[in-house]
Write a protein that binds this ligand. Structure first.
Ligand code: AMP
Ligand code: MG
Length: 419
């Protein structure tokens, strides 16, 4: 928006519109968690949702061990003042424990991860001792139990190491392996059918004629759904044709747990999209107080959840992330579905009219002094997909607010976390 007109109330605003939070809540509350589950090898569990608690068959660590390369000693041998000399009477390696007896006045050389020899309770870092032949000298100032990693301090045997509803990330793969667990029970994959609607749409690879555009929404949806880890049913482009639309909805609903479409839900669309949906299921056509992405349809077609996203490419992504993603996560049985949002000062003025919640496309970066800051990507039209590509976050500006002046703290929702 390059115009510098003063902020004024959005004249189209209607108090019956749903807020972003209301719409999200309604959607998440009305979807049911899918029932099926399967046993998979832990690696195949990546990005899947646990369908039951994982009870640990062992303690992790399985034995008291050293956090450092150094010397295992008995704390009672350590001096309160001055220093003491102890005799090094053996070595405990990781994987090759010292099995002998440790007497008063003795120390055992120990490596990181090696089992703590019976009779010792404390490890002194090798840098903190003086060694001469088989004697080490240790000064005062050490604490009993230092540098020891205790049995079960990470995970307790017979305790729940992971809970139902946890999404399995690389950390969980490692954690499951550390328990020696070869398989996990995960929710079956959610099946999502999706298609684009519109007579103007051409598929990639076809020549464009006058008045036509390429169907990009099916590609952003493919990307977002693939990352989410659902089973995809790509149904292509469906023209604005009553029987084809009806067919597509019926087929999609018979194949999938959820049907996601783009386009055809705004006012002024050929009525049969609405008509078809009304005939086939219970659909609400919502106006949501957000920008981009005001129109949204939500409900059921036969037994499938139906989410009708708007047509504009940026609106599709914004509404997918704000509504479809949490709703699908809920269906998949994921417990934690809240997005990461934090406050960052904006670098320059962000233009906005009071009325709807804005999801502006932003670029988070680090300024010269090492502080996070965010800036808009430029043109914010709902058709500007290049802005979405430049962006690494949404800047969320509350419905009632006007312009955000440079330097004000604004809410930011990053696109990426660690993988
Ligand atoms: P609609 O909601 O169907 O009126 O679409 C709104 C706008 O989004 C129009 O400019 C459409 O041409 C455009 N649009 C709809 N579907 C797609 C799509 N799959 N890919 C790219 N643009 C689309
Ligand atoms: Mg259309």
């Amino acid at each position: 928006m390059s115009k510098t007109t003063p902020a004024k109330n959005d004249s189209e605003i209607d108090t019956n519109w749903l807020s972003v939070e209301q719409a999200r809540e309604r959607m998440c509350d009305s979807v049911a968690i899918i029932h099926g589950f399967e046993r998979v090898a832990i690696r195949d569990g990546l990005n899947r949702i646990l369908a039951e608690d994982v009870i640990s068959p062992i303690n992790v660590p399985p034995y008291d061990n050293s956090a450092m390369d150094g010397y295992a000693v008995q704390a009672t041998d350590l001096p309160d003042i001055g220093e003491v000399s102890l005799k090094v009477s053996g070595t405990s390696f990781a994987g090759i424990p010292f099995n002998g007896k440790v007497n008063t006045g003795e120390a055992i050389r120990i490596m990181t991860g090696a089992m703590l020899p019976k009779g010792t309770d404390t490890v002194i870092m090798q840098e903190q001792v003086q060694q001469k032949d088989d004697l080490i000298t240790i000064s005062a100032g050490h604490k009993q139990g230092q540098n020891v990693r205790y049995i079960g301090e990470d995970i307790k045997q017979d305790g729940a190491a992971l809970h139902t509803g946890k999404r399995i990330s690389p950390a969980e793969l490692g954690l499951l392996a550390s328990l020696g667990v070869p398989e996990v029970t995960v929710k079956r994959k959610c099946r999502v059918a999706f298609f684009s609607t519109g007579d103007e749409l051409r598929a990639v690879g076809e020549p464009l004629e006058e008045g036509q555009i390429y169907d990009s929404n099916r590609y952003t949806l493919y990307g977002m759904l693939t990352r989410l880890g659902v089973e995809l049913i790509d149904m292509g482009v469906i023209p604005d044709d009553r029987s084809k639309i009806e067919n597509a909805f019926t087929t999609a609903a018979s194949l999938a747990d959820a049907v996601i479409t783009s386009g055809g839900v705004s006012v002024g669309e050929a009525d049969y999209v609405k008509e078809t949906l009304m005939k086939l299921g219970e659909i609400n056509f919502w106006k949501i107080s957000m920008k981009p992405g005001k129109p949204l349809a939500f409900g059921k077609v036969n037994n499938a959840v139906f989410i009708g996203l708007p047509g504009n490419p940026v609106s599709v992504m914004a509404t997918f992330y704000q509504f479809a993603l949490p709703a699908l996560r809920r269906m998949m049985g994921q417990e934690d579905i809240n997005p990461t949002i934090f406050k960052v000062p904006c670098k320059s003025i962000l233009k906005k009219r009071p009325g709807r919640t804005d999801f502006q496309r932003g670029i988070l970066s680090i300024d010269k002094s090492g502080q996070l800051e965010v800036d808009g990507t430029g043109m914010q039209g709902s058709h500007i997909l290049s802005g979405m590509s430049k962006a690494n976050c949404f800047i969320i500006l509350p419905a009632e607010s006007g312009n955000a002046e440079a330097g004000t703290l604004v809410n930011v929702q990053p696109f990426e976390g660690l993988i």
